[in-house]
Design a protein around this ligand. Structure first.
Ligand code: IPE
Ligand code: IPE
Ligand code: MG
Length: 330
């Protein structure tokens, strides 16, 4: 990703309200009420940074399992918070509000009516698409999509990622660039499972009611430091259409598709000193046979990394001496 690249779709799991209140000896509902300034901060931040899509997780399909009073508060408070207090201001600023989720008999009719009115009022706005995920769950979104495909008679061979996306609850919703979660938990909690396939994940420890402009900027800063590769070798080795290769010839494959440039040469690695491991096994080769007791302390991923490093070193040693005594190149 080019430094300073912008976020088109920011999705946020606004978490930590309950803990914020409990930390102060208050009832959990006070935490939800205290989140108004955080809501303003993220909307203002999105508008200021030219984010086109902002999707906020307001109430999940799993949140119905909370105590009845809290559920009732949350459901009413959303209409109160978003509609009554903020809507005219949001409308003036060109925000289009939309709901993502499903109607439910447990959602009072007047709450639903107010939300639908707000959708209608802002229908023509284009500056920021603000989507409230309300009674939303990623798995249900996927199930409903399959239902839609089946009920419309879409045959299996016509099902592709594009077709699938067109049958989702909100087909226009683009892939998420940055998924931000406050509250310190490192999980997705069934949010936008399809759209987050290649999202950059940023988890902040700040509890949602304390979220302000500097937290927004910090999240953006972390995002800008990421290198998004989408399965390629990254921008340095896979120029895209808006970043043509220096050598035009490298940019067209025989089948008309862009050809991937050759991978860069591996950096030279200094020879590793011989480290006795077991009798008869020295140097990097010894790493390949680390005893399992050590492996369990290192953890599998670290061990695999060490093994790859050892293989890499062995290959270079083989090249240097013009003979092969290591494993096959991978
Ligand atoms: C997020 O805050 C708000 C909703 C889930 C609606 P929580 O209520 O989950 O707060 P914590 O995570 O318990 O602190
Ligand atoms: C996710 O938060 C849902 C919303 C923010 C609306 P939760 O607090 O419900 O998630 P878990 O239960 O910690 O995974
Ligand atoms: Mg929570």
């Amino acid at each position: 990703m080019a430094p300073g690249a912008s976020v088109r779709h920011l999705a946020c799991i606004m978490d930590g309200n309950g803990r914020w209140a409990q930390n102060r000896g208050l009832d959990r509902t006070h935490g939800h009420m205290a989140a108004r300034s955080a809501f303003d901060a993220i909307v203002d931040g999105a508008l200021g940074e030219g984010v086109e899509w902002l999707t906020l997780f307001a109430f999940s399909t799993e949140n119905w399992a909370r105590p009845e009073e809290e559920v009732s508060f949350l459901v009413h408070f959303l209409a109160e918070r978003v509609i009554k207090r903020s809507m005219s201001r949001l409308h003036q600023r060109g925000v289009r509000l939309r709901l993502l989720g499903w109607e439910d008999p447990r959602i009072p009719v007047d709450v639903m009516d107010r939300l639908r009115e707000a959708e209608e009022l802002t229908r023509r706005n284009t500056t920021l698409h603000l989507t409230l995920a309300f009674n939303y769950g990623g798995r249900r979104d996927l199930c409903e999509t399959v239902r839609s495909l089946v009920s419309q008679g879409v045959t299996p061979e016509r099902i592709s990622p594009d077709t699938f996306a067109r049958h989702m609850a909100l087909p226009e919703l683009p892939d998420v660039d940055l998924l931000l979660r406050t509250g310190g938990e490192h999980r997705i909690s069934n949010f936008l499972l399809w759209h987050c396939a290649y999202a950059e994940l940023v988890f902040l420890d700040v509890l949602w009611p304390d979220f302000r402009a500097p937290h927004f900027q910090h999240a953006l800063e972390l995002y800008r430091q990421r290198q998004r590769r989408f399965g390629t070798l990254g921008p340095a080795t896979t120029p895209g259409p808006d970043r043509p290769a220096d050598d035009g010839a490298a940019w067209s494959g025989a089948d008309g598709r862009p050809a991937l440039p050759a991978a860069p040469a591996l950096p030279a690695v200094p020879a590793l000193p011989a480290v006795p491991d077991r009798p008869g096994r020295t140097g990097p080769a010894g790493l390949l046979g680390l005893p399992t007791t050590i492996a369990s302390h290192l953890g599998n991923s670290l061990l695999n990394g060490l093994k790859e490093t050892a293989r890499f070193a062995l290959l270079h040693i083989s090249d240097d001496h013009g003979q092969s005594h290591g494993p096959e190149p991978w």
